[in-house]
Design a protein around this ligand. Structure first.
Ligand code: AMP
Length: 472
């Protein structure tokens, strides 16, 4: 089996095959940096990150380019309103976006900023004009003439056949030859494609971009080069919040920062965003987010149990088989159009069975190593076990203070940042392991666990009633 992906262009799930042997060239639409990124945006960015990571795990070299829209009508308007130059205005949001993406363990693609490609853009428009695919309207804007591109509509499956050149449908569009002709200023930047070549493997974004944005990209690129622009079109379904379309007026609009200020960990958010396969509708709820936090904690506890636990030498066939089966199910899920739900289910079955084996004293040392290896493969994609999120949450806390948003900082966030993010359950677990080690006279191990807890701000005391602990 190999990776199969849904291709919006063909409307089918197809075997994924890059153009060049071992290299995948992919392009993803990045943010428009006029505000902080919301969880809908990050739903799509996490989906693309999962794809990128899985391609790499599958042995491909991935060249991944993402554009940052740092100039458009809205940005110009907002910057003027704030009395700032465009770049001054966008710099803050670009920085915040990159920090948020890093908090979610999204690997950073090569970035292409719109403002850094203005000359190529002008050249691109001039080339299109030479081929009479573009024209200058009375208002000074340049438009793409869709009558010159018969394939228009092939991505979004819209039928434009009945539309005549020169049809005037919309009074606002009186300047255009055809109401569907689109302004090239607003269309995508040619610099994007230049980074990857005239034809590349995969183009990704949220489903809202299929039409007109991506349809327009195909039209302008293919009419210029005469070559297919992109082989695979990958679109993530829009996220809902508590069953509704996210909107500021409904009060269900959340930036990533809003959630972190409420005390939610980036790992819980990432886990939740990745848990629903990208073509299914993810309904974001706070219950779901709490569940996700529990799931991540369960995985982390399992990992530390395997790492710290003392097991007899050797290996057992049931655990070796469990590791093999899990890996096979995990890969089969991911290869099936990135079925992340199946991949996660496989791992949680493994955790349940292996925990039962540990409880029954049936797990051996080499089993632990093999199971940890499976967990690592899982985390190469899901990236929730990496334990450096306190620092990232601290950064967001500092930002809130600098933006006078102190009132939005929850106690939960302060507690997490202070307590170095060890949950009660994780502490109990470590203490149980410490006691186990002490009873088996493995004092080096028990001391190591105690030191680890102390470093995390947990005070451990031995009393006549047993071990007690408290946060410093
Ligand atoms: P924007 O900053 O609006 O240009 O959007 C950045 C990315 O987020 C694009 O790929 C959008 O398609 C995607 N996006 C925006 N809203 C949502 C949503 N509610 N669910 C999933 N993806 C979204």
């Amino acid at each position: 089996m190999a990776l199969r992906l849904y291709n919006t262009l063909s409307g089918k799930v197809e075997p994924f095959q890059p153009i060049r042997n071992n290299e995948v060239r992919m392009y993803a639409c990045g943010p428009t940096v006029y505000d902080y990124g919301h969880i809908g945006n990050f739903r799509t960015f996490v989906a693309v990150d999962v794809l990128r990571r899985f391609l790499r795990q599958s042995g491909y070299t991935v060249r991944h380019v993402m554009n940052i829209t740092d100039v458009d009508d809205k940005i110009i308007h907002n910057a003027a309103h704030a009395g700032l130059r465009v770049q001054q205005y966008t710099a803050k949001y670009e920085k915040a976006f990159l920090e948020d993406a890093a908090a979610l363990n999204i690997e950073q693609p090569a970035l292409v900023r719109a403002t850094e490609h203005i000359p190529e853009m002008a050249q691109f428009v001039a080339d299109l004009q030479k081929k009479s695919c573009a024209y200058r309207a009375e208002d000074g804007s340049y438009y793409f003439r869709i009558a010159k591109f018969p394939g228009y509509g092939k991505l979004s499956k819209k039928d434009f056949a009945g539309m005549e050149d020169g049809a005037r449908v919309d009074v606002d569009d009186y300047d255009k030859d055809n109401a569907r002709d689109f302004a090239l200023w607003k269309a995508s930047k040619p610099g994007e494609a230049l980074e990857l070549g005239e034809t590349f493997d995969l183009h990704a974004g949220g489903e809202d971009l299929i039409f007109p944005h991506h349809e327009n990209e195909i039209a302008q690129s293919e009419s210029l080069t005469g070559k297919p622009f992109v082989h695979f079109w990958f679109h993530a379904r829009f996220l809902l919040v508590e069953g509704e379309k996210m909107s500021k007026s409904l009060g269900n609009f959340f930036t990533l920062r809003d959630l972190v200020l409420k005390g939610h960990k980036p790992s819980s958010i990432r886990f939740l965003l990745a848990s629903v396969p990208y073509r299914n509708q993810l309904n974001f709820t706070f219950d779901g987010l709490k569940q996700a936090a529990v799931s991540v904690e369960r995985l982390r506890n399992f990992q530390s149990r395997l790492e710290v636990g003392q097991f007899p030498q050797g290996t057992t066939e049931p655990m070796a088989e469990l590791a093999r089966d899990t890996l096979q199910r995990f890969r089969a899920g991911m290869e099936d159009d990135l079925n992340t739900a199946q991949a996660q289910a496989a791992i949680f079955d493994m955790v349940r069975k292996a925990n039962a084996a540990i409880d029954a004293g049936q797990l051996k040392k080499d089993d632990a190593a093999v199971l940890l290896d499976v967990l690592e493969k899982f985390d190469q994609i899901f990236a929730v076990l990496i334990d450096d999120e306190t620092e990232k949450m601290k950064k967001i806390l500092e930002w809130a203070r600098s933006e006078n948003r102190e009132k939005d900082v929850s106690n939960a966030l302060l507690k997490t940042v202070d307590a170095q993010q060890l949950s009660d359950a994780a502490i109990e677990q470590k203490i149980a392991e410490m006691e186990q080690a002490r009873r088996s006279r493995k004092f080096q191990s028990s001391d190591a666990i105690r030191a680890e807890l102390t470093a995390a701000g947990i005070v451990v005391e031995n009393t006549k009633d047993g071990v007690r602990w408290k946060r410093k």
